[in-house]
Design a protein around this ligand. Structure first.
Ligand SMILES: [Zn+2]
Length: 165
């Protein structure tokens, strides 16, 4: 996918990526490009699809590349593995790896996209503010309270004790 993106995009631009899955693809993009969530060049928008948008960081012109299930049929081992048609215990790893090496770029389709201006917009760097509930620092554009105290943390964890240290 990264090779395809390089072929479609001009060489003299900085590229952002929107990865549409939290699974292995996001790791591969971080290994093969300078884009990471930490530097904000890689954004993960979990649509659950094996796909990524590679775009000009400034203009937004880009390409969406996705695994095209219609192209899996000639590669039965890859098809069975990717669509989980066979239990893992019955899969043949060598056949899957051989199939993946054989497919190369053949599994992917792509089309041009234009990333929306809201997504391209770079937030100005502003000093954090202190949340009046938890006392931790957070970005002021999140609101009057940090997102944790607005209820987001309840979705992920509950506090079991007072501070340990
Ligand atoms: Zn808070």
């Amino acid at each position: 996918m990264v090779n395809l993106a390089r072929r479609f995009l001009p060489r003299d631009i900085l590229v952002d990526v929107i990865c549409e899955t939290r699974k292995c693809l996001a790791d591969a993009i971080q290994l093969l490009t300078p884009c990471t969530p930490g530097n904000h060049w890689l954004r993960i928008v979990d649509t659950g699809r094996f796909s990524a948008v590679f775009n000009d960081k400034k203009k937004g012109d880009g390409v969406r590349i996705f695994l095209d299930v219609g192209k899996l049929k000639p590669f039965p081992a890859v098809d069975a593995w990717y669509l989980k048609r066979v239990p893992k215990s019955e899969q043949n790893l060598d056949a899957i790896l051989d199939g993946l090496n054989e497919t190369g770029e053949a599994l992917f389709s792509c089309y041009a996209v234009k990333v929306t201006p809201e997504i391209l917009q770079v937030r100005p760097k502003v000093p954090p503010v202190i949340c009046p509930v938890c006392g931790e620092a957070y970005p002021p554009y999140h609101g009057d309270l940090c997102r944790g105290c607005q209820g987001l943390k309840e979705k992920y964890y509950r506090r079991n004790s007072e501070a340990i240290s």
